[in-house]
Ligand binder design. Structure first.
Ligand code: FAD
Length: 567
């Protein structure tokens, strides 16, 4: 039976959470959460964020051993891969969100959720400063402080503008549900405006010129969705502007979708050309005004001005201010995201974990550790290892560093033994001349394989699951400090390091065609992959409710097209 304190916690959760603030514990002008409601024997885990990483952590955590509190400015989880579909009404916004309270309720979990944003992390005192985003006047109680024993930072990232002038004021981003809804309204707005009387042909053309900046998966998918929306629905309703609509995709690099296989890149570029989507590569945006976008062409450095009706900015992610501020505190200023070790612990911090888009595993440290493993393996300092010893070292490295394993398994690195053999002229079948410098330079030859894990939902969600499992086993490991598993080197780690399993990626290209790149460099493009895309995304929905809603939205679109009301 739940104890009285648990009942109070349950009551506060079901009645909106915010009532649990205590007025009796002022702290530097803000309110601390009343800890009398907490089972003092339990460690307090504070999770910041309810995105892919935070939600997957919560879903997998066995919270009977922890007192769990969650802070996030949005009280739901959003299925971001379907955000581009929301921009054109293929899928409704409410179909891809699930309240976080629903998710934890289904798991019979007791958590306290605070709809607020964290604006300061005080690692020294193990406190997090939060501010609610409720509009109602809370008489100075908008800010409060939450104490923690373990902090899980899963705050994601924000859109990166590269400080380009005019972007924040004039462009749309595609990061949150609200962004997608705003884009949907603006697209319809543009068509309605362009249909008004008394406009010149040039003005109409400008209004229905849609520019997308960034040829990554999000920009490409949005361009494809918009093209389908225009061709399948809008031109029928707005015949006056039919021949004037233009979609331009600007990319600073040489190709769009450059993180995909070359076959996919070329297929996408050719398809877009056939569809009339204007792809401009080597074009860097330098300024955006309210009616035109200025670009600098690579090569001739020429500045051109492109009149537009709507711009969607999708050039990658940057660090959130609160994370940046925290990084300053812990001397990580020269990084894009919070550096962690392979156990997702923030470097230099006790009991703080970071995962998802706001974190990155420190690769420099990985290289140093690899060198140390090699040095240690060379017990008699002869500089030579047998093939078996060499293999053990490689296995050890792979176990500790999954990102290196991917790399070692790649075609290039299968030749690492040959590279070492070549540099010293030894027969690799009998012994390997130990050559750390050679090994390191061999690694750097295919450095691209070693780069950070991609900022994707897949990584974030796997990290959340991994960390929850570590937390679930924490007590057992603490009671059994010798632990079941060991690694070489200094320090003892209780858990296996995080190991990312890449399951493949999709790039929907419109016209019921999708490109799929699956593990093992298996590429499939076309209508069959579109059905694979439908199945995977339906199965990955966080609840049966959203699954049913998404499938019915797809069916509705097939039967009656998309809704173009501007509401
Ligand atoms: P998020 O999911 O962004 O969650 C961050 C959480 O932190 C949110 O709940 C937010 O409200 C909260 N938060 C923000 N500020 C604060 C604060 N100050 N205090 C407390 N909480 C805060 N990935 C794929 O693998 N496949 C795809 O097809 C794919 N498509 C995408 C399409 C689009 C349009 C976008 C934008 C992204 C896509 N991604 C895709 C990437 C994927 O969405 C991200 O990598 C993933 O969301 C990262 O998860 P996260 O938990 O780190 O961050």
């Amino acid at each position: 039976y739940p104890s009285l304190s648990k009942l109070i916690v349950l009551f506060t959760v079901s009645s909106g959470g915010l009532v649990a603030y205590s007025e009796s514990k002022p702290y530097h002008g803000a309110n601390s959460i009343d800890s009398s409601q907490i089972d003092s024997k339990k460690k307090r885990v504070l999770v910041l964020g309810t995105g892919w990483a935070g939600t997957s952590f919560l879903k997998n955590l066995d919270n009977s051993s922890y007192d769990v509190q969650v802070v996030s400015p949005r009280n739901y989880f959003a299925f971001t891969p379907l955000l581009p579909s929301v921009t054109c009404g293929t899928v409704e916004a409410r179909s891809i969100v699930e309240p976080i309270r629903n998710i934890v309720k289904k798991k019979n979990m007791e958590i306290r959720f605070w709809e607020a944003e964290c604006f300061k992390i005080d690692a020294q005192n193990k406190k997090v400063h939060c501010r609610t985003n409720q509009d109602t006047n809370l008489d100075g109680k908008e800010e409060f402080i939450v104490d923690y024993d373990y902090l899980v930072i899963a705050m994601g990232a924000r859109s990166n503008t590269f400080n380009t002038p005019g972007v924040v004021e004039n462009c749309h981003f595609l990061k949150e549900i609200e962004d997608a809804q705003r884009i949907r309204r603006t697209v319809i707005d543009c068509f309605e405006r362009a249909s008004l009387p008394n406009l010149s042909e040039e003005e109409r053309k400008r209004i229905v010129h849609f520019v997308i900046v960034g040829g990554g998966p999000t920009g490409v998918e949005f361009a494809a969705e918009l093209h389908d929306f225009v061709c399948e629905d809008l031109v029928k309703l707005y015949p006056a502007v039919k021949g004037l609509v233009k979609i331009t995709l600007l990319e600073a690099g040489d190709h769009i979708l450059n993180m995909f296989d070359k076959r996919i890149t070329s297929f996408a570029e050719e398809k877009f050309q056939r569809d009339g989507i204007h792809v401009k590569t080597g074009s860097m945006v330098v300024k955006v005004s309210d009616k035109a976008i200025s670009t600098k062409e690579r090569g001739n450095e020429e500045i051109s001005s492109i009149p537009y009706g709507m711009v969607v900015w999708s050039t990658g992610i940057g660090t959130r201010p609160v994370v940046m501020d925290f990084m300053k505190q812990i001397n990580q200023t020269n990084r894009r995201a919070l550096a962690t070790d392979e156990w997702l612990r923030v470097e230099g911090c006790d009991s703080i974990y970071a995962l998802g888009d706001c974190a990155t595993i420190n690769q420099r440290k990985v290289m140093e550790d690899i060198s140390a493993i090699f040095s240690k393996a060379d017990k008699d300092k002869s500089g030579t290892l047998t093939v078996k010893e060499f293999q053990e070292v490689i296995d050890d490295i792979c176990e500790r560093y999954p990102q290196v394993e991917l790399y070692l398994k790649s075609k290039q690195m299968r030749n690492i033994v040959d590279l070492l053999k070549d540099s010293k002229g030894n027969d690799a079948k009998e012994s390997i001349e130990l050559d750390i410098e050679g090994f390191k330079s061999a690694l750097s030859q295919v450095d691209s394989q070693m780069k950070n894990l991609p900022a994707t939902a897949q990584v974030a969600s796997q990290q959340g699951t991994y960390l929850a499992r570590c937390f679930n086993r924490m007590e057992v490991c603490e009671n059994n400090p010798e632990g079941p598993l060991r690694f070489r080197g200094t320090g003892r780690h209780r858990f296996r390091p995080f190991r990312y399993k890449h399951l493949g990626q999709f790039a929907p290209l419109g016209g019921e065609q999708t490109a799929a790149q699956l593990p093992g460099d298996w590429v499939s493009i076309g209508h069959s992959s579109q059905w694979l895309w439908y199945s995977v995304y339906a199965s990955k929905q966080v609840s049966w409710r959203t699954r049913m809603l998404v499938i019915s939205d797809w069916a509705r679109r097939f039967v009656s097209g998309r809704d173009s009301s501007r509401i």
